[in-house]
Write a protein of this length. Structure first.
Length: 414
């Protein structure tokens, strides 16, 4: 490998890291250096941008330790057979780069992943050394997210959890046949086994903290994963069911979805075109329905068409409402939270405000309009003191009435 300076390495390895979507920083513990001790902060305004639970933006240095890899996964631009320019940081180079960027107020934390070099254990040792050095040698208190390697020794993965705020293990593809076909060197049982071990370690860490205040934090931001969308034949229904299983079995904080993007010198087994980015967006919306709106996986899947794909022109919540109109209209002044959350156009905050305010007043259609972006979308599905949709809910052309067509505007149009 040709000798490269730090700037050249950064250009290569930051670009190589852009395909990993799982870099949100929510759920971490609060640490800062405002008392004069240590370096960095895991909170406040800070390059990759992630958002804390309260909406604060946190900028992360998002890089790979190396884009060299001994694996040959068909969908990965950094696979062994790919014709890309290679680079590699040492652990101390990443440490110094992180500290230098922080001191210039460019970042508030680090997201570090890597291709597999030499072996899974060797690569994991290098990743852990970066986090260990930042925490112990430099008292770095900013956010650290480490990608862990399923085949690595469990003790190395445990060490990652002791130094990182969040860890993640990519499940890669939603179905085992897809993984066997596109990433034959990876194993779904091994990946899920590593997730199970991490879940157990996180739970043990929480129990230890309850008993002993001096017990170290262990991955306080939990673990996450990522699925590639559109590289194999998996339908949206397959992906939704897989995500639900991962949440239930491994207590994941997030499942991220990354639309497959065609890569240079692509394998012949890959599709020639990327899936619509809107498909990725619809999957995130379906994820929200399960996590925050009380929808069961089977209900989300039921909003899909015969081929198992969610509609792209409308969101999955509206698709479900149009398909199961017997659940509507919902009386805003009497319905429970679960029923209100299923009304298209009503978000969790709007529903909470309705439940809180209706103890003191009766809601009219204008009152609801002030809580939503589009009352046109909500109106066919609700009843208020001054509004009843009568036959509107059952109209055959209801979709065209509530769905606003969007048009891509030209930035420099005359």
């Amino acid at each position: 490998m040709a000798q490269l300076d730090t700037r050249e390495k950064l250009a290569i390895l930051a670009d190589a890291a852009k395909y990993d979507a799982s870099c949100a920083s929510s759920g971490t513990s609060k640490r800062d250096s405002r008392n004069g001790k240590g370096v960095g902060s895991s909170e406040g305004m800070g390059i990759c941008h992630a958002y804390a639970p309260d909406g604060r933006c946190i900028s992360l240095l998002k890089i790979l330790l190396t884009n060299s890899c001994i694996f040959d996964c068909h969908y990965c631009i950094n696979r062994k057979s790919s014709n890309v320019r290679r680079a590699r940081f040492t652990a101390q180079e990443v440490v110094q780069l992180t500290l230098a960027f922080y001191k210039r107020n460019y970042i508030e934390g680090l997201f570090l992943s890597s291709g597999i070099i030499r072996s899974s254990n060797y690569t994991m040792e290098q990743l852990v050394e970066v986090a260990r050095s930042l925490r112990e040698d430099h008292d770095f208190r900013g956010y650290i997210h480490l990608k862990t390697i399923p085949d690595a020794d469990p003790e190395l993965v445990r060490q990652a959890g002791l130094h990182a705020d969040r860890v993640s293990i990519n499940v890669e593809l939603p179905t085992e046949p897809g993984l066997q076909r596109l990433a034959p060197e990876k194993s779904a049982p091994r990946i899920e086994g590593a997730m199970r071990d991490m879940k157990g370690a996180i739970e043990d860490g929480k129990d230890a903290r309850k008993k002993y205040k001096s017990a170290p934090l262990f991955a306080p931001g939990g673990q996450s994963t990522q699925m590639i969308v559109g590289a194999d034949a998996a339908t949206d229904g397959d992906i939704v069911r897989k995500a639900s299983t991962l949440y239930d079995r491994f207590s994941l904080r997030r499942v991220y979805y990354s639309a497959f993007s065609p890569i240079p010198d692509a394998s012949a087994v890959l599709p020639l075109q990327r899936p619509p980015l809107l498909r990725e967006h619809r999957l995130y919306q379906s994820d929200w329905l399960m996590r925050f709106y009380g929808f069961k996986p089977a209900e989300v899947v039921s909003a899909a068409d015969e081929s198992g794909m969610l509609p792209l022109d409308i969101d999955p919540k509206l698709a479900w409402a149009l398909k199961f109109r017997e659940h509507f209209p919902v009386d805003v002044n009497r319905a429970g939270r679960e029923q209100l959350l299923r009304v298209p156009g009503l978000g969790t905050k709007a529903v909470d405000r309705i439940l809180k305010s209706r103890r003191f007043r009766t809601f009219t259609l204008d009152d609801v309009a002030r809580l939503t972006v589009s009352i046109t979308k909500v109106r066919p599905f609700i009843v208020t003191s001054d509004w009843r949709p009568t036959l509107l809910t059952d109209r055959a052309d209801l979709k065209s009435l509530v769905h606003r067509k969007t048009e891509q505007l030209e930035l420099f149009a005359a």
